[in-house]
Design a protein around this ligand. Structure first.
Ligand SMILES: Cc1ncc(COP(=O)(O)O)c(C=O)c1O
Length: 400
């Protein structure tokens, strides 16, 4: 009898770990390494949020809470959805979990049966396909190339839907490309979904507040209210308020689904950390100035990175609408040999050679389901980004 479960055997270890480990090894060996792999803001959590957490401790808010969130936070989430997205939810339509990641996982565990399909546009956030597999479903990956700005078209969505489709996972702005769907682009997708009433929509709006220029964020239930009853709108405080370590994510949707998610949570982790919930309450109800400040810094960094990477030979780097990632294409580098003597056969070899020869750690595109590319997280200082991009330029100039 095998010790490990068959379910676990369906899941692959995170492909990003190899790069991270290699970067750590080189750093330990004294090499000057710049990590552009982290998926978190480099800013500190705003002071008012930290103060709220300290108050929560001092006031003894340190006991178990309701499994899927304190009523105050649930109400603050309803207010946020109405204020920022024009969506009306009541607290019994809201669930709070230990990070957006747990909320997404719980939704899949609560709803997937063997054979159920989940449509995932690629490039995708690394966890989606493996979460689907862990929950017993089948990921259906649809590649969205650079030619369509890494966005899914209505035709592609229509073609991917089968009688077995249970969920369509939508993520805008996207990790890893930063691509954000305009209202019209999203409307084209929701029009398709209207024609397939058995398909549910799981929207991951984690990067909602990180959008630049005149791009305006929108979310499926807002664009097509007729999909409200089969949409679960997921979000969290991790990226918007620099709170990745606090572990608070949330979702709103039909009450019967929210109850099912609560059932999963009640038999696994129970409530998310009580102190973090009070911190998240302050994030959503306190001053919002931090959002505009971080947006300004990220937009400046995005522009810097896009312009420097486009100057590198063989690299094509589109300007994304949001998040803090760019996803340059390296088709022009494939088949060439680096100054250190490595033949660049794919994006994993590119990322490894780049790390070994220049000390810049990026994540290769195959990890996100679309090659040949790599992901840069620009959630680090302007000076570090300039240094890293200059090293990438030198590496590319050395390819022959
Ligand atoms: C697209 C996307 N969704 C969800 C998450 C998970 O967020 P959290 O840290 O709140 O679990 C991430 C984190 O990297 C992400 O990039």
């Amino acid at each position: 009898m095998p010790f490990l479960s068959d379910t676990l055997a369906r899941v692959k270890p995170s492909p990003t770990i190899a790069v991270t480990n290699k970067a750590r090894e080189l750093k330990a060996a004294g090499k000057d390494v710049i990590g552009l792999g982290a998926g978190e803001p480099d800013f500190d959590t705003p002071q008012n949020i930290k103060d709220a957490a300290k108050r929560a401790i001092d006031e003894g808010r340190t006991k178990y809470t309701a499994v899927d969130g304190i009523p105050e936070l649930k109400q603050a989430i309803c207010d946020k959805f109405l204020r920022e997205n024009g969506l009306t939810y009541s607290p019994n339509q809201v669930t709070v979990g230990t990070g957006g990641k747990q909320v997404l996982y719980n939704i899949l565990v609560a709803t997937l049966n063997a054979g159920d399909e989940v449509i995932i546009p690629a490039p995708y956030w690394v966890s989606y396909p493996d979460m689907v597999l862990l929950a017993g479903g089948e990921p259906v990956i649809v590649e969205c190339p650079i030619e369509t700005s890494f966005k899914l078209t209505a035709e592609q969505l229509e073609a991917a839907i089968t009688p077995q489709t249970k969920w369509f996972i939508f993520n805008s702005p996207s990790n890893p490309t930063g691509a954000g769907y305009t209202w019209d682009e999203l409307k084209a997708l929701t029009d398709v979904l209207l024609r397939h009433p058995h398909v549910w929509i799981m929207t991951d709006d984690m990067y909602e507040h990180l959008v630049y220029g005149d791009f305006e964020f929108c979310t499926p239930a807002q664009v097509e209210p007729r999909l409200y009853d089969r949409t679960i709108t997921c979000n969290g405080v991790s990226k918007a308020y620099a709170m990745t370590g606090w572990r608070i994510g949330y979702a709103a949707g039909p009450e019967h689904l929210i109850k099912a998610i609560g059932k999963v949570q009640s038999q696994s982790t129970s409530n998310p950390c009580s102190i973090s919930q009070w911190a998240a309450f302050e994030a959503l109800t306190g001053p919002q100035d931090y959002l505009a400040e971080s947006r300004k810094a990220f937009q400046r960094r995005r522009d810097l990175v896009v312009s420097m990477l486009n100057e590198a030979e063989g690299i094509q780097c589109p300007t994304p609408e949001g998040a803090f990632y760019v996803y340059p294409n390296i088709a022009g580098c494939i088949g060439k040999t680096s100054a250190g003597g490595t033949l660049i056969t794919d994006d994993e070899v590119f990322a490894t050679a780049l790390l070994e020869e220049t000390g810049v750690a990026v994540v290769f595109g195959a990890a996100f389901g679309l090659s040949p590319n790599f992901r840069v997280s620009y959630a680090t200082s302007d000076d570090i980004l300039k240094d890293a991009c200059a090293r990438i330029q030198t590496f590319c100039a050395g390819l022959s």
